[in-house]
Design a protein around this ligand. Structure first.
Ligand code: NAG
Ligand code: NAG
Length: 425
């Protein structure tokens, strides 16, 4: 106001001042809106009552075939916990859940202000928008650090728990490149190939307590709420894995995404229409680092707890496919691929994903990591048969826009995105 030293205020300083002001405002608002107001005691009333759950369950039956090809009646599952792990094709699955929930007018337990539940803080049911003790929801599916006890307060007891895993070596590569700019530990690594530099001697760079360090080690273990710094041979690793295998009804594997969807459809008594998809949040191929066998071995060793987790659930996954029937799986896969191809031909301009700068409609522009723009998206055809327009649009809508459309306020996320854009260019 007094204009002290105004003339000396260079544009750089002005930007800095603006930045400080904005981040402080954001932090303040963040604290004000953080969910400390809602009291959560572990009392009986906190849990979602079973009579409510029955009420939410829809009385629809679909004929489904069991492994002996006998027709059995089942009702589509509407109560679902989806553990959205990072960098595991989970955005594509999220889009499937959003569409199913929207179609059946289900009640989502959404975060408020962001697209995640205060990640990396552990999940608390009080972080859910419009949460009150005793209120039931159908679907819980945004990024969180899993806490079974808290999650179980929100969902009916018959809720089906699903999760998705990916080979920890590829997950590590993906996480490293996606989050690199937000992990100060990586800033010190010299050379063009920071990933190789890190893996050659991780101990030189890694500190468990450093900001965002969990993106660099056993990220799956971290997402599931466990200690991501356990050694692979620590007995707690197997105990944690056992704990998950008791809680989760179906653990999908990103490397076998289509098989995963077929198992999901079977488990949830859904239809083929429900699981059609276009791959979302995919990086352009040139931004995916190819690791040498030696680096792969190092990444695997470095993420030893995740490797055990992955191997355990890869084995249960294939046991489920055996139980489902190999031939029956093959037929369903053919059908899924045929129907997906059909949707692509109906919806997608040019038949495939394109780079962000080629996307014409901002509604379909995917979120990009800090200072990057390697995530692909879609253009939809201009002359789509009106019958298909709505479904085509839904299938290509990225997570952030879809959440907005479903009524989630995302001001923190949006402000953050805006700040990133302003300060990285
Ligand atoms: C579902 O509908 C059938 C037939 O309309 C009825 O007999 C049955 O009791 C219903 N079940 C539930 C749980 O409402
Ligand atoms: C997952 O299981 C399948 C079937 O047993 C096997 O072929 C594959 O090598 C396994 N993958 C890993 C990474 O262990």
């Amino acid at each position: 106001m007094s204009g002290i030293k105004r003339k000396r205020c260079t544009p750089g300083i002005r930007w800095l001042a603006l930045w400080v002001l904005l981040t402080n405002t954001m932090l303040l608002l963040y604290c004000v809106t953080s969910p400390t107001q809602v009291k959560t005691r572990g009392s009986q009333e906190d849990t979602c009552p079973l009579n409510m759950a029955k009420f939410l369950k829809k009385n629809v039956t679909l004929p489904s075939r069991n492994s002996n090809s006998q027709l059995v009646e089942c009702s589509p599952t509407v109560n679902i916990m989806f553990m959205k792990t990072h960098k595991t094709a989970s955005s594509t699955l999220l889009n499937i859940l959003f569409r199913f929930g929207e179609k059946h007018k289900l009640k989502f337990a959404f975060p408020d202000g962001h697209n995640d539940f205060f990640y990396p803080s552990p999940f608390k049911c009080s972080q859910v928008k419009d949460y009150r003790p005793g209120v039931c929801f159908n679907i819980l599916c945004n990024h969180m650090r899993f806490d079974h006890h808290e999650v179980s307060k929100l969902l009916p007891q018959d809720a089906v728990y699903i999760a998705i895993l990916r080979n920890p070596v590829d997950l590590f590569e993906s996480s490293f490149h996606y989050y690199q700019k937000t992990i100060p530990l990586t800033w010190r690594i010299k050379g063009n190939n920071k990933l190789a530099g890190f893996l050659k001697n991780p101990q030189a760079f890694y500190r468990p307590k450093a900001y965002n360090s969990f993106y660099l080690k056993n990220l799956l273990f971290f997402d599931f709420g466990f200690d991501n710094n356990l050694n692979a041979d620590d007995p707690r690793v197997m105990r944690n894995i056992d704990f998950l295998s008791k809680r989760f009804h179906l653990v999908l594997i990103a490397e076998y995404f289509e098989e995963s969807l077929v198992l999901l459809k079977d488990k949830l008594c859904w239809t083929m229409d429900d699981i059609l998809y276009f791959r979302l949040n995919v990086r352009k191929d040139s931004s995916v680092a190819r690791l040498t066998p030696e680096l792969r071995a190092r990444a695997l060793e470095w993420n030893g707890a995740d490797w055990k987790l992955y191997q355990h659930f890869n084995a249960t996954f294939w046991a489920k496919i055996d139980a489902y029937g190999k031939e029956r799986m093959k037929q369903e896969l053919d059908e899924l691929r045929r129907r997906n191809g059909e949707m692509k031909a109906i919806c997608i301009e040019g038949g495939d994903a394109v780079e962000a700068q080629m996307i014409e409609d901002r509604r379909f522009l995917p979120w990009q990591p800090l200072g990057e723009s390697f995530i692909l998206g879609y253009n939809i055809k201009k002359n789509i048969n009106p019958k298909y327009r709505a479904i085509c649009e839904r299938m290509v809508t990225p997570e952030i826009q879809y959440l907005s459309d479903l009524g989630v306020s995302l001001w923190v996320t949006k402000l953050w995105g805006w700040l990133n854009n302003v300060f990285t260019f």
